[in-house]
Write a protein that binds this ligand. Structure first.
Ligand code: C2E
Ligand code: CA
Ligand code: CA
Length: 559
């Protein structure tokens, strides 16, 4: 250190800093003693951005590392001008990298204070973080999602064990529709206040997006949380009076224990959201705990999801697509393939999609992965089409992708960019799509089908509303799930079912593809029904692109 700070100067810095902090509430404050290039920064900036300490030498250089590469040049120039005395302050906007890797847009205003000789002595100012501006929800008066993530980040840094619970109100749309939006707001207020009082000083309560709330508690045991939730649930199931109306609310809840600190805030949010969704969709609202099942190598699931999630941001490192052939039921010639994702790493080996897709589906990064899947599948399929001109590539969609308002434009754009013939792409949707608005789905499907993109209904018959969905959605192919044919050799009922599915497909002018064909005997039985195509281990397991290319010549040519 060329010119270490003296005790006097440090005291002066502190008292000036304190004065600064009072007037700059709601922002991060920094103050630099320019003689020593020694600064003090607000504690919350240190926590949010992962700075080394509140006190730093050469803080300008440290901060520069956190600034988005595209914004760094102008920041650097401004700091140079300030320290060389050419400029007396700055007022600029840049993106700064948080501890969790995401960027926040910040406005930074600073002034230079000169000494009696006119030499720059202090440089101080405030940084306003625009994404944290409103960490309180104005409707309910609780801390909001930003506040939630901020607090969670703090617990992570402190290695503090916490229980985190996400509680949401189901079918709230109906309340808005029947009684109006204002009334709906009143219900949310009432719910928020009740939850706040119910939790009391045993935890912190937040309002997340829409009708979802969260509780973070370090004192309550799992059992106690479970009991509290059950009380809350029965209270709102019995209903309450509001403006002369009796209102009943259905709740769902997910729970996660924070005791692993190598993961980031987003991963915890994703896993908590998954548990919540399981409660809502598959457990009629019973509290679902995120299951910390151990993998083969003793790593916990949440860490695995964290690492896989991070790979998305590292240029999809470790992800790859496998292809499973779809053959003609008539002559077993190649019609196409289904793209199935895998993730590999040295630590975890090959990870199958069931281990990560259901969790990541709800993650804000998932649409990016979805895009990568679509594009990679198109690039590979174009190469396959050179040797098999009629080849159709099937790509699985997740309902979270469809929910994105720009999904259709994104597909159209990818088709154009890759000069891909739309009629060689078939998008597979599953019954989980029933969670989406049918009109929205209808629009997407109709729009893309008008460009000749094909659609398949995956895992037909496994959910509740297959036929209902078919009635509303124009579909080219119905894929019959393996579970309906796996015992077809001895099970008369399964034969009848396949017959009925074929009948349904006929009504909706769709083709049938049977999945999970494993033996020649199964194939022969299935050939008695109007099935167009087969997919299954009898032909091939999903294999990587190169193996797939080598596999093609072993299949018969079309008759
Ligand atoms: P799915 O779409 O129903 O895919 C078929 C699954 O059945 C594949 O498992 C495949 O390996 C397996 N399978 C195929 N033939 C047979 C057979 O003859 N016998 C048996 N026992 N199994 C067979 P995989 O690759 O593990 O994929 C599991 C699920 O993960 C998929 O089910 C799909 O829902 C999801 N998934 C896979 N890739 C993607 C993707 O790129 N995007 C999305 N959103 N989901 C994906
Ligand atoms: Ca599929
Ligand atoms: Ca399937």
């Amino acid at each position: 250190m060329n010119n270490p700070v003296t005790d006097d100067r440090k005291k002066r810095l502190d008292s000036l800093f304190e004065a600064f902090s009072i007037v700059a509430e709601g922002t991060y404050v920094y103050l630099c003693d320019m003689r020593h290039d020694y600064s003090r920064w607000s504690k919350n900036a240190v926590d949010t951005f992962g700075l080394p300490s509140e006190y730093m030498y050469a803080a300008g250089d440290i901060w520069e590392e956190h600034i988005h590469p595209e914004d760094r040049g102008s920041y650097h120039k401004s700091i140079d001008d300030i320290f060389s005395g050419t400029d007396s302050g700055h007022d600029m906007q840049y993106r700064a990298r948080r501890l969790d890797g995401g960027y926040d847009v910040c406005t930074c205003r600073g002034v230079v204070i000169r000494d009696e000789n006119g030499i720059p002595e202090y440089f101080g100012g405030a940084i306003r973080n625009h994404s944290l501006q409103h960490s309180v929800d104005t409707l309910v008066g609780l801390r909001n999602q930003y506040g939630f993530l901020e607090d969670l980040g703090r617990y992570l840094i402190r290695n503090k064990t916490e229980k985190i619970c996400m509680i949401g109100i189901s079918k709230f749309v109906e309340i808005n529709e029947i009684y109006g939006y204002m009334f709906g707001n009143n219900v949310l207020q009432k719910f928020g206040r009740f939850l706040y009082e119910h939790v009391g000083n045993r935890g912190h309560v937040y309002r997340l997006d829409g009708t979802k709330f969260a509780v973070i508690s370090s004192t309550m045991s799992k059992e106690e949380l479970q009991d509290r939730y059950n009380e809350l649930r029965s209270h709102f199931r019995d209903g309450f009076e509001l403006e002369g109306k009796h209102i009943i609310l259905d709740l769902s809840a997910g729970l996660i224990t924070l005791d692993r600190f190598e993961v980031d805030v987003q991963t915890i949010y994703t896993c908590l959201h998954y548990a919540y969704n399981e409660s809502k969709v598959n457990n009629r609202g019973d509290l679902v705990e995120f299951n910390e099942e151990l993998n083969d190598n003793n790593k916990q699931r949440i860490e695995k999801i964290h690492v896989i999630r991070e790979s998305i941001t590292r240029d999809f490192e470790g992800f790859c697509l496998y292809y499973q052939p779809v053959v003609s039921a008539k002559d077993e010639s190649l019609l196409g393939a289904e793209a199935l994702i895998r993730w590999k790493s040295d630590t975890y080996g090959m990870v199958m999609p069931d281990q990560f897709i259901p969790f990541l589906e709800l993650d804000s990064l998932f649409p990016e992965l979805g895009l990568w899947i679509l594009e990679t599948a198109m690039i590979d399929a174009k190469k396959i089409m050179k040797v098999c001109p009629g080849f159709v590539i099937n790509v699985n969609l997740s309902y979270a992708q469809l929910e994105k308002p720009d999904f259709m434009d994104m597909v159209v754009d990818l088709l154009k960019r890759n000069d891909f013939p739309p009629d060689h792409l078939c998008l597979e949707i599953t019954e989980r799509c029933r969670l989406l608005d049918v009109d929205l789905l209808k629009n997407i499907i109709a729009g893309l089908r008008s460009m000749n993109v094909r659609f398949a209904m995956d895992d037909f018959g496994t959910g509740f509303s297959s036929i209902g969905l078919l009635k509303d959605l124009p579909i080219d192919t119905i894929k019959i799930d393996r579970s309906f044919v796996k015992d077809i050799e001895e099970d008369e009922l399964q034969k009848k079912l396949v017959g009925s599915f074929a009948h349904v497909a006929d009504i909706f002018s769709a083709n049938i593809c049977v999945e999970g064909v494993e033996t020649t005997n199964m194939r022969d039985i299935l050939r008695e029904y109007p099935v167009k195509s087969f997919q299954g281990y009898l032909y091939s397991k999903p294999i990587d692109f190169h193996s797939f290319m080598a596999f093609i010549p072993t299949l018969p040519s079309p008759e």
